[in-house]
Design a protein around this ligand. Structure first.
Ligand code: CIR
Length: 253
C-alpha cells in the first residue's frame, strides 16, 4: 500500500525540457493543468500528496522520480545522468526530510535515475541506459542490500528508461512494450503486451486498488478494464513531448 506521494509542479521552463522526441514543445498552461489532473488522480487512489513548488532553474524538475528512489524503508538520492538535471535532487531531499531521517546517495562516477528502477516485491530491476551506468547500478545494489532488498541489472537496447517499457502492476503482472516483450528477465510474470502504437502507455502506475494510466490509449485501456482494473486516466500529452512518463511525475511510498 502506498500512503504518500511527492510531486513537483512544472515550471514555465518546462518548455525547455530535455527531449528525444519530435512531438513539439510543451504548452506550459496545459502541462500545469495535466499535472493538476495527475494530483487529483493520486488523491482518488487514497494517498496524501505533498506538492513541491516549481523550480524554474530546472526545466525537467517536475519529473521527481529521477533524482530519488524511495520505499517505506529507505530513501536514496540519485545522481542524474545528464548535466541539466544535476542539482534537482537538493530540493527533493529537503522535501523528503519530512518522511525520512537517513538518506543514501549515488555518487559520481556513478549515475542513476529513478526512471531506470523498477521494484517488484523486495527486488529491484535496474536498467543500464544513457542515464544510468554500471557504477551507479553497483552502488544502488550495495545500498538496497543493506536495507534487505536485492537488485539486478537489465541492459537497455532502445528504451529511454527501464520503466519506459516495463512496469509492474501488481498481481504478478507486468506491462511490457518493445524490447521487453520477449525479455527473459520478465518471463516469470504474466505479461500484458502493450500494442506498438500505444507504447507510451506502458508506463502506468499501480496505486493501491487502482491503476493510473495515460489517457488516449484505448487498446491497452480495454485490456486492463477486461482484467477488472479500476483505471484513473490522466492526460499526459505535454509531458510526453519531453519524454516524461506517468511514473516520473511522482515519488511513491
Ligand atoms: C529528461 O530527459 O530527463 C526528461 N525530459 C524526462 C524524464 C523522464 N523521466 C522518467 O521517465 N522517469
Amino acid at each position: 500500500m502506498f500512503k504518500n506521494f511527492v510531486v513537483r509542479r512544472p515550471g514555465k521552463s518546462v518548455v525547455s525540457g530535455q527531449t528525444t522526441s519530435d512531438l513539439g514543445v510543451p504548452v506550459y498552461e496545459k502541462a500545469y493543468k495535466q499535472h493538476e489532473q495527475y494530483i487529483e488522480a493520486c488523491r482518488a487512489c487514497g494517498v496524501e500528496v505533498k506538492i513541491m513548488e516549481p523550480d524554474e532553474e530546472y526545466p525537467d524538475s517536475c519529473f521527481v522520480e529521477d533524482p530519488a528512489v524511495v520505499t517505506d524503508r529507505m530513501a536514496i538520492i540519485t545522481n542524474p545522468g545528464v548535466d541539466t538535471r544535476q542539482g534537482e535532487e537538493i530540493k527533493v531531499k529537503e522535501a523528503l526530510t519530512e518522511f525520512f531521517d537517513d538518506f543514501d546517495h549515488i555518487v559520481s562516477p556513478g549515475h542513476l535515475e529513478g526512471g531506470d528502477v523498477m521494484q517488484i516485491g523486495d527486488h529491484f530491476y535496474i536498467g543500464l541506459s544513457k542515464r544510468t551506468n554500471e557504477e551507479g547500478a553497483r552502488q544502488f545494489i550495495e545500498i538496497v542490500e543493506k536495507h534487505g532488498y536485492t537488485g539486478s541489472v537489465v541492459e537497455l537496447k532502445e528504451m529511454f528508461h527501464l520503466k519506459t517499457g516495463v512496469n509492474f502492476i501488481g498481481d504478478n503482472r507486468v506491462l511490457v512494450a518493445g524490447e521487453f516483450i520477449t525479455h527473459p528477465d520478465f518471463e516469470k510474470f504474466e505479461k500484458i503486451t502493450v500494442p506498438e502504437d500505444e507504447m507510451y502507455a506502458a508506463n502506468c502506475v499501480r496505486v493501491n486498488d487502482h491503476i493510473i494510466m495515460p489517457a488516449g490509449f484505448p487498446k491497452l485501456q480495454k485490456k486492463l478494464e477486461d482484467l477488472d482494473y479500476d483505471l484513473k486516466l490522466v492526460e499526459m500529452t505535454e509531458f510526453q513531448k519531453i519524454d516524461g512518463g506517468l511514473s516520473c511525475l511522482s515519488l511513491r511510498f
